[in-house]
Design a protein around this ligand. Structure first.
Ligand SMILES: [Mg+2]
Length: 232
């Protein structure tokens, strides 16, 4: 009989590879630009992927327009809108479905996800995992100030599940924001680091930002949960 009652997940880079969302957004931007800016679509998407794989994150579209000889920075907000509003072509990590099916037999399952509400909701719909989840919290619905590492979205999901933090685990990828708020409440935390993880190898900014346990694959999550059970 399990002593833990709830397993709560992050979404981006925990239930699916976030890189796939980025790539599908780039494809949408490249498709728009081929019609409206005359940039060849496959070349356009290839140069976006190249900038991304070189580590460019904040001014990608400015640099991309420059590479294609278009000096029109005023259209960057349009490109960002297309990126954020596109219908994401994303799927859960292959092991995620089996893991959720197994967990569903013994635990309540929740989600706490950061990011712009409409964007996160589109991703959630595309993943098709809602049937496994007993509570879904998008922190943006509580206001920007309540994005992780705020404790507010964790409190809300546990209230909805009606479960004490001490009987719950949060699973996420990002040491900057996934474990601090959850730990402040008394939740257990597990970091999932996969091979294309954006933040997996970042150093936690303080001792309070560390997870309790770290795994490299979703298949190891069950073992970690049992390890936590044995400590209770
Ligand atoms: Mg994440």
């Amino acid at each position: 009989m399990s002593q833990l009652k709830a397993i709560v997940f992050d979404m981006d880079d925990t239930l699916y590879p976030e890189r796939d969302f980025v790539l599908s957004g780039f494809q949408a931007v490249a498709a728009w630009a081929s019609v409206n800016l005359g940039i060849n679509e496959s070349i356009g998407s290839a140069t976006l992927f190249k900038l991304y794989s070189e580590g460019v994150r904040n001014n990608t579209f400015d640099r991309w327009l420059t590479i294609h000889g278009i000096e029109r920075t005023e259209i960057v907000p349009n490109l960002l809108d297309i990126y954020r509003q596109h219908l994401p072509n994303i799927s859960p990590f292959p092991e995620a479905i089996d893991l959720l099916k197994t967990l569903d037999q013994s635990y309540q399952i929740g989600l706490v996800s950061d990011g712009y509400l409409a964007v996160q909701q589109r991703k959630w719909a595309a993943l098709g995992l809602d049937r496994f989840f007993d509570a879904v919290v998008f922190s943006d619905s509580l206001g920007r100030e309540n994005w992780k590492p705020s404790t507010a979205p964790f409190k809300l999901v546990l209230e909805q599940l009606n479960i004490s933090p001490r009987l719950s685990v949060y699973i996420g990828d990002n040491p900057h924001k996934d474990f601090f708020g959850a730990r402040q409440l008394g939740m257990y935390t597990i970091q999932f680091k996969h091979s294309t993880s954006e933040y997996g190898n970042h150093q936690p900014p303080s001792p309070d930002h560390y997870p309790h346990l770290i795994v490299d694959s979703l298949a190891e999550i069950l073992g970690s949960i049992y390890k936590i059970e044995s400590l209770l």
